[in-house]
Design a protein around this ligand. Structure first.
Ligand SMILES: [Zn+2]
Length: 144
């Protein structure tokens, strides 16, 4: 399960609207307790893909390092990643699966239809290593 506050959830969805028709991407900082991850902050990243930003995203390794540092300073962990699917369903693509390497993290996808955030889904990357990893849909809980 992935828990959000109302404001972090809204921010993640708004990001996808702002970068439309390109994909947005970002990192989720928070705490993890077993299979329950709680998001405390969203870090917006620049989509470094210039070849096809409509249907690909890539987080700059330097932004990942920055996120790790910020998480450490705040006593948090990287608990997930998010990106948007402009005019496509909120389902992971084969490329999303291939490029997902953080086992135990959540991968959140928001479909943005004609500039408006629609469905948001989260998938937990389960398994123990690259060979047996799987993206499994998980519940999103938005706290009041
Ligand atoms: Zn995707």
């Amino acid at each position: 399960m992935l828990k959000f506050s109302r404001s972090t959830y809204a921010d993640l969805r708004r990001h996808g609207e702002e970068t439309y028709p390109h994909e947005c991407c970002g990192i989720l900082l928070g705490t993890a307790d077993g299979d329950v991850r709680t998001v405390r902050a969203t870090l917006r990243c620049n989509n470094t893909r210039t070849d096809s930003p409509e249907n690909r995203y890539n987080i700059d390794p330097r932004e990942l390092v920055r996120a790790q540092r910020e998480a450490h300073e705040r006593g948090l962990d990287i608990v997930g990643f998010y990106h948007s699917h402009p005019d496509h369903p909120a389902r992971w693509s084969p490329t999303d699966f291939e490029e997902a390497h953080w086992i135990g993290c959540s991968y959140v996808i928001t479909s943005v239809e004609q500039g408006r955030a629609a469905q948001t889904n989260s998938f937990a990357l389960t398994g123990t290593k690259e060979e047996d990893k799987a993206l499994v849909e998980e519940e999103i809980l938005v706290e009041r």
